[in-house]
Every structure is written in C-alpha cells, then in structure tokens.
Design a protein around this ligand. Structure first.
Ligand SMILES: [Zn+2]
Ligand SMILES: [Zn+2]
Length: 345
C-alpha cells in the first residue's frame, strides 16, 4: 500500500509498504481522511521532534476493515476516529487524571512515536484499539469527525483554565487552535471575547466562531478599543495565547488583569523573554496546555452532534495522498492558509 514516510528534516518519501495485518487484539482501519497537523509541519521543519522512519498521521478517520482475535470494542464496518494522544495508563500522570502529559505519550502515539505507522497511508493498524479508536456518531459527517484534534487542543485549553462564566477573555491568534479556543470559551460563558489576529480573513472566521470582537494587534485604534472593553477589571480574566509567537505572548500578558491567567496554547519553538520583576507584582498565573484527553474526544463528539461546537468555521482542503509531500511543503512555507488539509488515500 502507499504511505508517506518521514525520513528526516524536510525529507518525506511517498513509499510502498506492506499492508498491515490485524493480529490478536489489533484492528485494521481503512483510512478515509487523515489531517495534516501543525505538529507534522513543525516536525518537518525542525530537527529532533520526530524520529526518522516514521509513517506520519495522528488524526484520521476510517472504517474498520479487520479485527484481530479477542477484539470487542469495534466490529468490521464501524466508523472510527483514530489516533489521539497515546498514554501508558500506568505512570504518575495517567494515574492522577492527566493522560495527556503521560511520560510515555509520544512513543505510544500512532504517527508520532518512533517507528509507529500513522495514517498518511491507505490503512492504519491500531495495536491498542481500546485506547486509539473512537466510534463516530452515525449522524456525524467524516469531515466533522476528523476535526477531533483541531478542536480538542482548544477545548482542552479552556477546560484547563479556571475561566468562569462572565469572565472577559482574550484569544490571541485565530488559526485553527484559536478558533477552537474561541468556540469553547464562548460555550463556557465568556462575556466579552476579544480575538486578535493580524490577518483579516482569520478575524472574519473568529467572529463566525463566536468572538464578540475581532481586532488587529498591529492597530493602535484596536488596542485602545480592547483596553476600553477590559477597563473594568484592568484586563481580561483569562488570555489564551494561540498564535505561538513571542509578541503574542507579550500582548496576552499586557491585556490580562492582575491575578489573571495566561494560557500558553500555541508554541512555535521560539523562546519567550519575560521581565519577571515587572510581572511578579501582578501575580499572573502562566499555564501551559498540551493536547487533550480521550474523554474530551467523547465530549467533543457530543457537543458537535448537539450543534454546540461548530465545524464549519474550519477551512478544509482535500488532497490525494500522493500530494501529501507538496501540501506539507506548502504549509511549512506558509503558502497555504487552511485549518486542515485532509489527505485522501
Ligand atoms: Zn495533531
Ligand atoms: Zn502514562
């Protein structure tokens, strides 16, 4: 079967590999769509994130093609989502309710762990189907279900925050993660939600996702307006940084009230400079947020089914698997601005 292998920085290959077989306890899934995640694009550009000789693809949907002996969680023909963050179920993080920070998460995740075979391929083999496969509700379109990773990251960030109903919220960065934060924060009861992005097209999507204001961080006029909206408490109770760059982090801190929270959701690898002598007296809480949990996927699917989380704010582009390499290159060069390219094997 055809697949796309990560062979090193800026080096992907479209290869023929053996179609996997489902052994005892395993499930083979015929891939319908696999999303090209920002993590894949980041690892394509930056050394040391993924090991070589890995078939990429950790957010896919498909039909169960074959089940190995002893599998009871799914049957042939079931529609499933494949490939959320792995976890060992047995480390301190897993045992204390934080499987997304499992010490063994990367090696356990299909399409990320060393030597794993992800879903940039015609078929993907799940060795831990109880952990890796999630039934897709009947009424949910494939194109909605495949967004579990896109929506999950922002959804988890809001759940990880201590945001309360009625809080004023800033979201900096209206790419796909930012849009997911906006939707989730509005659902959680944000009063004034102010989204920032330098791109007008993204600001339009932010409004569609439920932001009350979509402002340009480079505009003095817009920053004055944000200051007025947030003037009661001297800033937002919670700011979510979803652009992943140092100036966005600084802006989030600047717009947060004393004792407020800044959630760091985006990350492009550049260091942040912080003058702690200026920040300390404000007693800001800085929190990181990383991926999402399996339970959150179930919740997400419910919320999408109920129409409480939208999927039509994410721009999609379908591409045949044979074009995966050029699509990853275009995303890495910033030549393509879509929430997800969906590979179609
Ligand atoms: Zn991802
Ligand atoms: Zn663990």
């Amino acid at each position: 079967m055809k697949a796309v292998k990560y062979c090193g920085v800026k080096h992907l290959e479209y290869v023929d590999i053996d179609k996997p077989k489902a052994g005892p306890g395993e499930v083979l899934v015929k891939v319908k769509y696999c999303g090209i995640c920002g993590t894949d694009v980041h690892a394509y550009k930056v050394p040391g994130i993924f090991d070589w000789e890995l078939i990429l693809g950790h957010e896919s949907v498909g039909c169960v093609e074959a089940v190995g002996e002893g599998v009871t969680c799914v049957k042939v023909g079931d529609r499933v989502a494949v490939g959320p963050p792995g976890d060992c179920g047995n480390c301190y993080s897993c045992n204390t309710g934080h499987p997304n920070t499992c010490a063994h998460a990367f090696p356990e995740t299909l399409g990320i762990g060393p030597g794993t075979q992800g879903a940039y391929a015609e078929y993907v083999l799940s060795k831990h189907p109880d952990n890796e496969l999630f039934p897709i509700p009947d009424a949910m379109a494939w194109e909605q279900a495949v967004l579990f990773d896109v929506i999950g990251v922002g959804f988890h960030a809001v759940r990880r925050s201590e945001m309360k109903v009625g809080d004023n919220v800033v979201v900096s960065g209206c790419g796909s993660i930012g849009l997911s934060v906006i939707q989730s924060a509005k659902l959680a009861g944000a009063a004034n939600l102010i989204a920032f992005d330098v791109m007008e097209s993204r600001r339009a999507l932010a409004l569609k996702a439920g932001a009350d204001y979509a402002l340009d961080p480079a505009s003095d006029e817009d920053l004055t307006l944000a200051g007025k909206i947030l003037s009661h408490a001297g800033g937002a109770q919670v700011a979510f940084e979803a652009a992943g760059n140092p100036s966005s982090v600084k802006q989030c801190i600047d717009l947060t009230m004393a004792n407020g929270q800044v959630l760091l959701v985006g990350n492009d690898g550049r260091p942040y400079e912080m003058i702690t002598a200026a920040l300390g007296p404000m007693e800001y809480d800085l929190k990181f947020s990383f991926t999402y949990t399996k339970e959150e996927i179930h919740t997400l699917f419910e919320l999408i089914s109920l129409g409480k989380l939208k999927t039509d704010v994410y721009s999609l582009e379908m591409a045949p698997l044979s074009e995966a390499i050029s699509k990853v290159e275009q995303l890495a060069d910033g030549a393509l601005d879509v929430a997800r390219v969906l590979l179609v094997p």
